[in-house]
Design a protein around this ligand. Sequence first.
Ligand code: SF4
Length: 384
Amino acid sequence: MAVPISQAWTVATYVLKQKLSGRKRYPLVLMLEPLFRCNLACAGCGKIQYPAHILKAELTPEQCFKAVEECGTPMVSIPGGEPLLHPQMPEIVAGLVARKKYVYMCTNALLLKEKLHLFKPSKYLSFSVHVDGEREHHDFGVCREGGYDVAMEGVRAAVEAGFRVTTNTTLFDGADPNSVRRHFDQMMEAGVESMMVSPGYTYDKAPDQNHFLGKARSRKLFRAILSNRKKTWEFNTHPLFSEYLMGKQDFECTPWGMPTYSIFGWQKPCYLLQDGYADTFQELMEATGWEKYGAKSGNPQCANCMVHSGHEASAVDYNFSSLKGFWTTAKKYIFRPQYEDADAQKLLNEWKSESRGPLVQIAGQTPVVVTTSVNENMTSVAGD
Ligand code: SF4
């Protein structure tokens, strides 16, 4: 089971209550960003280019609890920045667990092993470890040689200590689907509960602007990765979101599904864009021009976006919007399709690994970006 039954039940009853009360827009997961500071400087990250005084700022535990109570979601994801750099993170997590929130703390795990003793295993707490693929691919993605080995030490220590551990993997152009599939095997062997995989978003602040995936390219890559899947693989994303990535479903974005709260306030409209801030969750919901976002809006910032923070809530909402949606989803959980697909297998067999440049290194605030090469696997994709 990709998530404990109690979590699935809590989320299902929460969504049903929203639907029965006729609430058109409801949040599902709070993205709580208590700080932007990080101990990595990844080339695809749009969060760490803030000036020093912003990187030093942090939310207090009280601010975190107030945000959680304001929006009322059953799940809280704590990205950042690196949450383990926040000196009061154990207190924040303990307060959320006491409120019976299912917490996913997103960490690069560089500090996980040494800080593990500050947390208590609980069904409400998962460490969601950022692992972007096999050793070489991860180290390239996070711009840190040896980063993979340290992260995996943290994963193993947390699994051994009885914590729930999941992984999150962000893919960019140049990802090798065969390598990603080997990575899934390795994560399951390491004892992780389940995995999440999503395409990266084209952050305009990210130092490396050349490796973001377009939509057609994303679908081709995810079809190669997620078809013909192994029974041993467990994913904690909604099965219809996985089908969306593979090009088998089409969902519009639900930007209010995963609202973001940070030191700036409630971010409009989503985790990725910053079109202003609201002081309260209510103001965010009432004062945001939601029609300006999503692929159909024509907003160029949304044109290539397929990220889970915008689209997984759409899959969940579809699930609970009709008997057809409910039955479509139920079948996926009961029968666990492996998506046999001969063309996807052919794609895997013929995929040519792309040679990489050197790591993107970031010195101070000055990025030194790799020279890019053409990805032969993607050049013939129609419509991109
Ligand atoms: S499509 Fe992506 S960028 Fe646009 S509002 Fe949705 S999540 Fe944000």
